[in-house]
Design a protein around this ligand. Structure first.
Ligand code: FEO
Ligand code: CA
Ligand code: CA
Ligand code: CA
Length: 607
């Protein structure tokens, strides 16, 4: 409508239209530039990106990975008194998965379903994980990668420690780590989080697909997570310990390799200290094992427990909350603060029809949990086993099955928590919190902890918006979505420091190719008015995911994931960002305002 197009004080731009162009579109008055695309040299020998994708596995370990996802900007401190820097920092980002048809010159080589090149598979493993990139803005406003000892690639084979209640558990013992205290790599790193003490959290989402088991009966810690007979990329078909670890088969010859527990060392939240390139990443088992989308902290108060929220992005899975046992004390060092993520209580959400909700503890010492286990005829030897089987524990206590919980975000002004529920094609029965079946378009749910006590167990919730075309989707005021803001499959979610909410979409299939929504997009919403406006549309076949800003909000970083998804070596569906028929590359985009002001500053109030 004309009204919503008028620049308001909090969203001072004109909403852009949907688009199917193979480019990133932002509103008038803004600039947008691709940055650190897949294959950008960042460390080691800084090997140049080769346009025919012939870079080796070792090159890939020194370049940014593929399929950029969750991301955070850590400012690099200046001398005391100079304030927080907005022109120099560490950009840390996830590389969720790979497009094999784009990663290799001629796609993956295989014969009879078996991968035939170990180096190709190594390249795939190295294209996963996390990049730490030191970046700096010059006085012309151009950002560039700095050659820095802090730059780092963490991959699907980087050694990691295991901490928390499941550390050393019999179910985590492998030939690589007979003590069950370490593992190799992090995989399918989707969304992210960051701690109050300045470390990065990366979340293992669809890790189950990387493992294989040909056993006719799987143990519950594999079956409840959907381990199948073959891995998605066939890594387990290559000889050698570094690949055979993806085969968890217990029977026959593979029992000898004894990687039956390898999948149990995945599905966790991983902490990385980006400022210490020699630090070993830590898998924190107290936060539970599931298809971790992301993790977001409640407002932090010194002397109070640390509280964070995390979603399990699979159809009919759950939303969780973690409350640390000990209080947060900012002056303690990183390693002591990190231990707050190892001792605490994991809860799962039940959303009642009357708009109330309750956090149910998954704690073997809790009487209600014990009673629920007895009623369900299930038992766990210890808390480690509860956490390794987090989904089963949540089933037992009667949590609410949600429509694929993706990102969460906390409003910095009032502590309200928002979560995207991206869609659920398999919903059979509706409930108040998941009111549509099937839920093709997704929605955003919101809650407020009772008495704003984040560590408490009661909350009130409502639905913020329903995705969909005009006449179906509803905005926070209960009005139909309009041409300015129709959206579907909300996924990425983030609040800027001024409490505006940014929403990113991940449509796929016919919803993406034929729907009224155009390419995937990013919108911004003002929760105080319920206004929503489309701010960005991505290129063909991409998803918009991952968002971070400099503290002054003059630079916004957004990730364009899998442009041209489904491309083959003979047919690139998108040529973004390089154009000219070249292979598509996931990349970050840098968004600034042409006048150099903070992104959402109203012209009339400019200082
Ligand atoms: Fe990797 Fe749920 O998105
Ligand atoms: Ca996602
Ligand atoms: Ca998604
Ligand atoms: Ca994705």
């Amino acid at each position: 409508s004309a009204r919503s197009k008028k620049p308001s004080s909090r969203l001072p731009f004109t909403a852009i239209a949907t688009s199917r162009a193979d480019q990133v579109i932002v509103p008038e008055g803004y600039d947008c530039q691709a940055f650190i695309p897949w294959g950008t040299p960042i460390t080691g020998g800084y090997p140049a990106y080769l346009e025919d994708a012939s870079n080796t596995a070792q090159d890939q370990a020194e370049q940014t990975g593929m399929n950029h996802d969750g991301m955070h900007f850590f400012p690099i401190d200046t001398p005391i008194g100079a304030g927080i820097r907005s022109d120099h920092g560490l950009l840390v980002l996830n590389h969720e998965y790979i497009d094999p048809g784009v990663l290799h010159p001629r796609g993956p080589s295989e014969t009879d379903g078996k991968r035939t090149s170990a180096d190709e598979v190594r390249k795939e493993i190295n294209a996963h994980g996390v990049s730490v990139v030191e970046i700096r803005r010059d006085n012309r406003g151009q950002w560039a990668v700095q050659p820095s000892a802090r730059n780092r690639r963490i991959t699907g084979s980087t050694p990691m420690k295991i901490e928390g209640p499941a550390k050393g558990h019999a179910l985590l013992q492998t030939r690589y780590s007979p003590t069950g205290t370490s593992t190799r790599g992090t995989l399918n790193n989707c969304s992210n989080g960051f701690t109050p003490w300045g470390t990065y959290l990366t979340c293992e989402e669809n890790w189950a697909g990387y493992f294989a088991s040909r056993d006719s009966e799987l143990p519950r810690e594999l079956s409840r997570y959907g381990i199948e007979k073959t891995g998605r990329y066939g890594w387990e078909t290559v000889a050698g310990d570094e690949f055979q670890r993806f085969d968890a088969t217990r029977s026959g010859e593979n029992a000898q390799s004894d990687y039956r527990n390898e999948p149990n060392t995945f599905g966790w939240i991983v902490e990385i200290d980006p400022f210490d390139p020699n630090s070993t990443p830590v898998k924190h088992t107290a936060l539970g094992r599931f298809a971790h989308e992301g993790v977001i902290f409640a407002p932090v108060k010194p002397g109070r427990p640390l509280v964070c929220y995390a979603g399990d992005d699979t159809r009919n899975e759950y939303i969780y909350k973690y409350v640390s046992r000990d209080a947060y004390r900012p002056r303690r060092g990183n390693s002591q603060n990190s231990q707050l993520l190892d001792e605490g209580t994991l809860y799962v959400a039940r959303f009642n029809a009357d708009g109330t909700g309750v956090w149910l503890p998954l704690d073997i010492q809790d009487q209600s949990f014990q009673a629920a286990c007895v009623a369900a005829g299930a038992s766990f030897a210890d808390q480690g086993e509860v956490l390794i089987n987090t989904r089963l524990a949540a089933d037992i206590v009667g949590a609410t099955k949600m429509d694929r919980p993706e990102w969460g975000a906390v409003n910095p002004d009032n502590g309200d928590v928002y979560f995207t529920l991206t869609n659920n094609s398999e919903r059979q029965e509706t409930d108040a919190a998941n009111p549509r079946k099937p839920n093709s378009y997704g929605h955003i749910i919101r809650w407020r902890e009772s008495s704003r006590d984040y560590a408490g167990t009661r909350f009130r919730w409502d639905i913020y918006l329903l995705g969909g075309p005009q006449g179906v989707g509803l905005d926070p005021r209960g009005n139909s979505l309009t041409a300015d803001n129709i959206l579907a499959s909300p996924d990425g979610l983030w609040f800027d420091k001024d409490a505006r909410m940014w929403i990113q979409t991940d449509m796929s299939g016919s919803q993406l190719s034929q729907g009224p929504f155009g390419n995937n997009q990013m919108l911004v919403s003002d929760p105080t008015t319920g206004e929503i406006k489309r701010f960005l549309v991505g290129p063909v076949g991409c998803e918009i995911t991952g968002i971070a800003a400099t503290p002054d909000l003059r630079t916004l970083f957004v990730n364009i994931q899998h442009p041209g998804e489904g491309s083959t070596p003979d047919s690139f569906i998108s040529n973004w960002p390089d154009g000219n028929g070249k292979r598509p590359r996931s990349a970050t985009v840098i968004i600034t305002r042409k006048d150099g002001q903070p992104l959402m500053q109203n012209k009339s109030t400019r200082a």
